[in-house]
Design a protein around this ligand. Structure first.
Ligand SMILES: [Zn+2]
Length: 436
């Protein structure tokens, strides 16, 4: 279902005119009200009038994650706090979090773009949705919650964690939709299987999974254990939260960006614009935000843009599934690799359980990589019990090695762990462990 056909199927020429007008308004708004943008735009000699087409975008300076930290907590706000209805923040694992604010109007924009995302995944007014994203400063829980209520769904606000309780309520309430991280979805599905519950009996129809990079192979695994259509979405708090982009359930080949509110570009490491279809770093401009209008924000997420029309009828550009973050890329013995690529290679092997961990050791000069995997359950059943010295374990290790060499030219140490020892996710999965 297309929630807002006027916006989502708009002719491209009309959309471009709207984007240009909104970009100029945002430059004016931010330049007049935020000291950081006033100085940055003046130094680059950019005025709203000097931006004559979207091709002029590249004259506008970038906003970086570091700028959020420098202006912590409220220095990038364009309105006084008395006009801010809500505050959210990124997790801030590396120091102070990026703090973001929303006016009443911003919250309405957020509801609108999230309602489009829910509808694209298969939600219809009158249905139930089970939200297992964390509630709080993180935008996942409340971002879904608010929009689901707005579009007329009945919301079950579980938040993350407590898998057994989640399963009990999924069985008893029978929601059509589930929203959580892909790693948690997999854990819920596997726990169902262990409890002897047929996932088809739950009656789930669709799941909206995101907030961590995941692969096509992971999608197959989740769909198998939960019996639903798994849809990928994208968002980040610096821009708005979830609601920036979503796959359409019909095609699921790229995520439609809500381009009337978010203007996307792809740049290389130096910040130079890349030609259409090329993979690089996603840069986003919030075109309609009042409290925090981030301009040319470097997301650090690696993707590419596809402007070909989609069979679903939406005319908006599609971004490829996020491959990883620019700072997640591992360089192992001269080979560049993202954890999501390792995931895709591993999960394609039926002999492995869909759980893995990458251990990067940086203590001795060049980083080395260990990949920890678990044998598939049916394999262990056939063996009788797990014994690390079994020849079958050595054979499995060999098989994984060959797979990684063939798919990624990687030659890491493979460690086959006993079943159920790699940590399961009840929120965000820890895929990479660094030894420093
Ligand atoms: Zn589509």
């Amino acid at each position: 279902m297309i929630w807002n056909p006027g916006a989502e199927t708009v002719p491209r020429s009309e959309l471009a005119a709207l984007q240009l007008e909104r970009l100029r308004n945002t430059l004016r708004w931010a330049g007049e009200r935020i000291g950081f943008y006033r100085e940055a735009l003046a130094a680059a000699r950019v005025t709203p009038e000097s931006i004559r087409s979207l091709d002029d975008l590249q004259r506008i300076p970038f906003t970086l994650k570091a700028h959020f930290r420098e202006h912590y907590p409220f220095g990038l706000f364009a309105v006084p706090l008395s006009q801010v209805s809500r505050i959210h923040a990124s997790s801030g694992t590396k120091g102070k979090p990026a703090v973001v604010g929303y006016t009443k109007n911003d919250l309405q924009v957020w509801r609108e773009v999230m309602a489009r995302s829910l509808a694209a995944a298969g939600a219809e007014p009158g249905q139930l949705i089970h939200i297992a994203y964390g509630y709080g400063l993180f935008t996942g829980g409340l971002g879904f919650h608010d929009a689901a209520e707005y579009m007329g769904l009945t919301v079950v606000p579980l938040s993350s964690g407590n898998t057994l309780r989640q399963i009990m309520l999924l069985q008893d309430f029978r929601p059509q939709g589930l929203a959580c991280t892909p790693s948690f979805a997999l854990h819920i599905g596997e726990s169902l299987r262990e409890a002897g519950i047929d996932s088809r009996s739950l009656g789930l129809r669709y799941g909206l999974f995101g907030a961590e990079p995941w692969s096509e192979e992971m999608r197959h695994q989740i769909e198998a254990v939960l019996s639903l259509t798994a849809v990928d979405f994208y968002g980040l708090s610096e821009i708005i939260g979830p609601g920036v982009a979503v796959e359409c359930a019909e095609v699921r080949d790229g995520l439609h960006i809500n381009e009337d509110h978010f203007l996307p570009e792809i740049v290389d490491a130096a910040g130079k614009a890349l030609p259409p279809g090329t993979e690089g770093e996603l840069v986003l401009t919030a075109l309609t935000k009042e409290a925090l209008p981030a301009i040319r924000y470097r997301t650090g997420d690696v993707t590419s843009l596809n402007r070909e029309p989609c069979k679903c009828g939406r005319t908006t550009v599609r971004m490829a599934r996020i491959k990883g973050r620019t700072d997640d890329m591992l360089v192992i013995k001269g080979v560049n690799v993202y954890p999501s690529q390792v995931e895709a290679a591993l999960l394609a092997l039926e002999d492995l359980a869909p759980h893995y961990q990458l251990v990067v050791d940086r203590r001795h000069g060049f980083p080395s990589l260990e990949i920890h995997v678990e044998p598939a359950e049916r394999l262990v059943q056939r063996w009788g019990r797990f014994e690390p010295t079994r020849p079958e374990v050595a054979a499995l290790r060999q098989k994984v090695s060959e797979r990684l060499r063939a798919a990624l030219a990687l030659n890491p140490e493979i460690v086959v762990e006993p079943p159920k020892t790699i940590p399961r996710s009840e929120g965000k999965a820890v895929r990479v462990v660094e030894k420093k």
